[in-house]
Design a protein. Structure first.
Length: 364
């Protein structure tokens, strides 16, 4: 192999190794990258849409402007959040500039008033090199929609692109298990090992869970990132969950079984069919998507469920798809849409926990 040929190969590898730079990232492991050489860069920018996160949600914005090793000399990067009157930020969320690099001064930020909760503007964009970090505080079951405008006027090709970010703050059922109700109520449910409890029940749908007693556990690490809500002490957890809904007169069923921290879910079965990673089955408003070995997303007519596999148990984040006025659901979680407090041991559920046991001990 000639030295020239070897040099060409090494040059090609070098180009590929530095072929993109991160321009936006969040605390969920999602990011947007911009290619540095050749092609239509605009087509390669991916929007961060429909991200679900417990509050706070952290967004990092990187401005390089050719001053880092991996950037093109002479590039000129500009950012600004579109103002709220353009639909950029709504709900009851607040946008706070919580930290910035040594290259930034506090006056680089526009004051976060109720009218202008955004960074910069088209007339006064942010273009100082460094990293901006923003924290979005989102009330339970609220949604924030942010539009971040990105402009790069340098080589290899000018880029104008809009990065849209939708963030939902769901309620959660995590650990052994700690419930956060639909109105933000906090309570624990200590179930019987092996018993099945009703989580949500409605006219057309039902969600049940089998409690299991675990003496220990380990924390999953997925793609190098430790999973949140890791609980490893002895206690009762949700080891298996069932979802069923009637769509156009047909009853569809999904059974999700937890697995080890290393391998993820043991199985996801929909109407007798086992789903693999990347597969989706949909029946109108009812769908199941196996996003990764450790993450499953389930849509019903009333709720969205984001399931994560810990170590032989399931954590869940739940968002409503309809206003509370249209929810006629019950169950340990389903009833919490009503602003009621009961004179019972668990103040936010009617009766006692044992009232929600499925007597037949069948998941469906």
């Amino acid at each position: 192999m000639s030295r020239l040929f070897l040099s060409l190969i090494l040059s090609f590898l070098s180009i590929n190794l530095i072929s993109s730079e991160t321009i936006v990232s969040d605390n969920l492991g999602n990011s947007v990258s911009l290619p540095l050489r050749g092609g239509d860069a605009t087509a390669d920018i991916t929007n961060l849409n429909s991200r679900i996160s417990t509050s706070p949600y952290v967004l990092s914005v990187y401005v390089n402007n050719g001053q880092t090793t991996n950037s093109n000399p002479g590039t000129s990067e500009h950012y600004w959040f579109l103002p709220p009157n353009n639909g950029a930020l709504y709900g009851n969320a607040t946008l706070v500039a919580s930290a910035w690099s040594a290259n930034f001064q506090s006056n680089d930020f526009v004051a976060a008033s109720p009218v202008s909760q955004f960074l910069g503007s088209q007339a006064n964009p942010i273009n100082n090199t460094g990293v901006y970090t923003f924290t979005f505080t989102i009330p339970v079951l609220q949604r924030v929609f942010v539009q971040l405008f990105y402009r790069n006027t340098g080589a290899p090709q000018p880029v104008d692109d809009l990065i849209s970010i939708t963030i939902d703050n769901p309620v959660t059922v995590v650990g052994d298990p700690q419930f956060v109700g639909l109105r933000g109520q906090s309570f624990q449910v200590h179930g019987i090992d092996g018993a099945i409890y009703n989580i949500v029940s409605g006219a057309q749908m039902q969600v049940n869970a089998r409690f299991v007693f675990l003496s220990k556990g380990k924390c999953p690490i997925v793609n190098g990132i430790p999973e949140p809500n890791c609980w490893s002490h002895a206690g009762s957890y949700l080891g298996e969950m069932s979802f069923q809904q009637t769509v156009d007169g047909h009853l569809h069923k999904a059974l999700v079984t937890s697995g080890s921290a290393d391998t993820g879910f043991a199985s996801v079965v929909v109407d007798g069919t086992t789903l693999e990673v990347g597969q989706t089955i949909s029946f109108g408003s009812f769908s199941v998507y196996v996003r990764t070995t450790h993450h499953v997303e389930i849509e019903t007519e009333l709720f969205t469920f984001q399931l994560s596999n810990s170590d032989m148990f399931i954590n869940q984040a739940v968002s409503t798809k309809v206003p509370f006025s249209k929810l006629q659901t019950h169950g340990l979680l389903g009833q919490t849409h009503a602003p009621k407090v009961y004179n019972t041991k668990t103040r936010y559920i009617e009766g006692e926990v044992d009232d929600y046991v499925i007597a037949e001990n069948e998941m469906f």
